[in-house]
Structures are given as structure tokens and as C-alpha cells.
Design a protein around this ligand. Structure first.
Ligand SMILES: [Zn+2]
Length: 83
């Protein structure tokens, strides 16, 4: 793990601001979702990138009943339903 040398204090609600330079470097924009991981005694923050529920592909996604499915998987499902 690489240290950034940045130390930040939590506010009274436990919030922390991710420094602008880090957000810029990792292409994190306002309102992006951040996934929180725990690794031993460390907290790892990662930009949440959702993908197809079947193959994790993040291209050509369609939202169906609150789940993301890629066009390729839809095609495969349709084909196997027709057999
Ligand atoms: Zn898929």
C-alpha cells in the first residue's frame, strides 16, 4: 500500500474529505458511489463501478428490475429461453 502522506481528521459525524488531488487522480466525481472495504485494520475506499450481474461487464448495460444486465448476457438468456 502506498502512503499519500496526507493525514485528515474525522469530523464529529465520522466524515472525512477525500483530498481533491486524489479524487482527480482516480477520476472520482461528485455524487460518485464509493465502496468501503476492510483489510485487517485498514479501511479501503474504492470507486464503486457497477457492472452486469452475470459477467461484471460494464459496457452496454440495461437496467432490468433494479439489476444491471449487459446486452450480451440478455442475448444469451434470450437464446437459451428459445431452445
Ligand atoms: Zn453480462
Amino acid at each position: 500500500m502506498k502512503s499519500t502522506g496526507i493525514v485528515r481528521k474525522l469530523d464529529e459525524l465520522g466524515r472525512i474529505v477525500i483530498p481533491k488531488e486524489i479524487r482527480k487522480k482516480l477520476e472520482i466525481s461528485q455524487k460518485d458511489s464509493i465502496e468501503i472495504f476492510i483489510d485487517g485494520r485498514s479501511i479501503v475506499l474504492k470507486k464503486f463501478e457497477s457492472g452486469c450481474i452475470f459477467c461484471s461487464n460494464s459496457k452496454d448495460l440495461i437496467l432490468f428490475k433494479d439489476k444491471l444486465i449487459c446486452k450480451n448476457c440478455i442475448k444469451n438468456i434470450t437464446n437459451s429461453a428459445e431452445e
